[in-house]
Design a protein around this ligand. Structure first.
Ligand code: FEO
Length: 170
């Protein structure tokens, strides 16, 4: 069943936000490359790819429902350039928290409209956001423990650099 116009607009805003998340992660990856932390840059690029997978899931949902997916204006403009890894992952965490809140809003709007056909997709995203926030929060915590310990930072960089590539499609 087709989504009403209001829900279509809200899903399209979410598609735009997921693409924005991808650009934010891309910019953060650039900062980590500039900081000579290639493992962290790799991890952030992998996450940028995953955000495109997220956008595609919402696009596929609108398409399947007979709605019109549209990408709005996308920018990574909110990212303040910083080559401090802790600041970088804190920026990532703040953006994830913003995405989580947006998905909760979408969930509430669908519930109010009685749109149960979106439940499965939104439940998946609710779990995904809990996992993503926890992962980034753990990296921030480990960076805090590392402090000024250069070898510790390089070990963490090497570990994060092992994140496998999964591509941008579902
Ligand atoms: Fe698509 Fe990281 O939220």
């Amino acid at each position: 069943m087709k989504l009403n116009d209001d829900l279509e607009a809200k899903f399209n805003a979410q598609i735009t936000l997921e693409f924005e998340a991808s650009l934010v992660y891309r910019q953060l990856a650039i900062e980590m490359d500039l900081a000579d932390l290639p493992g962290m840059a790799t991890w952030l690029r992998r996450q940028a790819d995953e955000e495109i997978v997220h956008a595609n899931k919402f696009i596929d949902h609108l398409d399947a429902r007979g709605n019109h997916p549209k990408i709005g204006d996308v920018s990574a403009g909110e990212v303040a350039p910083s080559q401090d890894p802790k600041q970088t992952f804190k920026t990532a965490l703040h953006h994830e928290q913003r995405v989580s809140e947006s998905i909760r809003e979408l969930y509430r709007a669908c519930s109010e409209a009685g749109d149960i056909d979106s439940n499965q997709l939104l439940n998946w995203f609710m779990s995904e956001q809990i996992e993503e926030e926890a992962t980034v929060d753990e990296i921030v915590g480990r960076l805090e423990m590392t402090g000024d310990d250069g070898p510790g930072l390089l070990r963490l960089d090497a570990e994060l650099g092992k994140r496998p590539q999964s591509g941008t499609e579902n």
